[in-house]
Design a protein around this ligand. Structure first.
Ligand code: NAD
Length: 441
């Protein structure tokens, strides 16, 4: 497994749990040192236990030596980052090709080289060309096996997936059977739970990942637009989401209105899909609109908060509950909290922030001044003029609003994740606003 980040580490630990021997190669010295100590460098529920048990069982190891890891391997997964390339939205494949070259040089015999990273259509074939150029002597196959896990629920998603997608080079007559057989063997434990395994061409598999994420992002932008409409016409976006989600053709998931999607995948994968379509001469107008709606939404949140605070936040203290892009992770990549907090501080607010897992990752991304990192939500609310909910961690839902009301100097609550009920917040004496719901009932 080349790359020991969110995807590489979770995949490695889960494959090891399935009984496969996995060697993880990680080049980041800090991450590697942590992993070698038996600790994990990211926050992901249950992962520490899974990693330590599998190290102990001798199935999981960590190092920085590609040659040692790939020697004798049946499958070599590339699970390195594919961040957006500066400026043009295209996925930056520098890490992928660097890994592919290292792998090619180190291989000692036949193996399937599998991209687990999310990569644009055509990357698998380009990896095959790279390997062939560097090692014309070598027998190998390439495969695409995109990962659909969600941070915060990664182990469950990996162990009980809705489906596993495996793309192989279907242009090669008979050339894919060996690769398919190895991949089938790796995922065999999932046959017990009857998880569907979908074999496709390389191109389909690569595109499936971008299409899936773009579709989910589109659902979020859709419900956010509906939330704005609900506010204008006096409807309730929760009732609306339930009413449409009960239709199986639509489905209940990803219909939660909020401050706009963020994270390490949706923003970059929607941009990359647009770029792939543009280069192929195809249109991607729905995805373009999805991105525009989301950008506008994130940008409009500052004004919404200022208006809830009486038109200005200058000199006001705002308690921020939650910084990560979603609960259950320490991942701060593209979190909506980043532009929102910058905007508030630029407009003269003082911020008291708390997040159960994301504080360390948040610090370098947030303003250096006018922000205090607190020990918990109650500490953040103490002396604040307003509370702003940015991430729906369960521990925030569990706080009785009466508790922080008495510690605050103001009574404004802006709940961008709809974790509380408008009627009970009004009864508790708050000046409460949320997303897409009538303010009082
Ligand atoms: P990450 O940044 O957490 O992890 C990548 C790791 O690879 C880093 O630790 C880095 O040090 C290491 N690395 C880079 N080059 C290396 C090399 N040559 N040898 C060894 N290690 C190397 O990224 P991530 O979140 O795990 O994402 C990886 C890929 O999976 C991306 O393409 C992403 O789009 C995709 N993906 C991510 C998620 C998610 O929820 N994070 C879900 C599905 C798919």
């Amino acid at each position: 497994m080349i790359g020991g980040g969110y995807v590489g580490l979770v995949s490695a630990a889960c494959f090891a749990e399935f009984g496969t021997e996995v060697a993880v190669v990680e080049t980041h010295p800090g991450r590697l040192a942590t992993l070698r100590k038996g600790e994990i460098p990211i926050y992901e529920p249950g992962l520490d236990k899974l990693v330590s048990e599998n190290i102990e069982a001798g199935r999981l190891s960590f190092g920085n030596d590609v040659a040692a890891a790939v020697a004798g391997a049946d499958a070599i997964f590339i699970a390195v980052g594919t961040p957006p390339r500066n400026g043009d939205g295209h996925a930056d494949l520098t890490y992928v090709f660097a890994a592919a070259e290292q792998v090619a040089r180190a291989m000692t015999g036949y193996a399937v080289i599998v991209t687990k990273s999310t990569v644009p259509v055509g990357t698998g074939r380009r990896i095959a060309e790279t390997v062939r150029r560097l090692r014309p002597d070598l027998a190998f196959d390439v495969a695409s096996n995109p990962e659909f896990l969600r941070e915060g629920n990664a182990i469950g998603d990996f162990m009980k997936p809705d489906r596993v997608v495996i793309g192989t080079d279907t242009d090669q007559p008979g050339g894919t059977e060996r690769a398919q057989e190895i991949m089938r063997r790796l995922y065999r434990p999932l046959y017990v739970i009857e998880a569907p395994i979908l074999f496709t061409s390389l191109e389909s598999s690569e595109l499936i990942k971008y299409a899936a994420n773009s579709f989910l992002a589109m659902k979020i932008s859709f419900i956010n637009e509906m939330a704005d409409l609900c506010e204008r016409v006096g409807a309730d976006v929760h009732e609306l989401a339930r009413g449409i989600g009960m239709d199986h053709r639509i489905g209940r998931k990803f219909l939660h209105a909020g401050p706009g999607y963020g994270g390490s995948c949706f923003p970059k994968d929607t941009l990359a899909l647009m770029r792939i379509a543009q280069e192929a001469g195809a249109s991607s107008r729905l995805v373009e609109a999805t991105v525009q709606v989301n950008d506008a939404r994130k940008a409009s949140m500052g004004a919404r908060i200022m208006s809830a605070c009486g038109g200005s936040v200058r000199g006001k203290t705002i308690a921020v509950f939650g910084l990560t892009f979603k609960p259950g992770t320490d991942d701060m990549r593209d979190a909506p909290s980043i532009p929102i907090i910058h905007r508030l501080i630029e407009n003269g607010a003082l911020v008291r922030a708390f997040d159960p897992a994301g504080m360390t990752a948040a610090r370098p991304l947030l303003p250096k001044h006018d922000i205090t990192y607190c020990t918990d939500a109650i500490d953040a609310a103490t002396g604040a003029n307003a509370v702003l909910v940015l991430t729906e961690w369960n521990e925030f839902r569990a706080i009785s609003p009466d508790r922080h009301r008495d510690l605050m100097t103001g009574k404004v609550v802006v709940d961008l994740r709809n974790i509380w009920e408008p009627s009970s917040m009004a009864r508790a004496g708050f000046d409460y606003s949320s997303v897409g719901r009538p303010e009082r009932r």
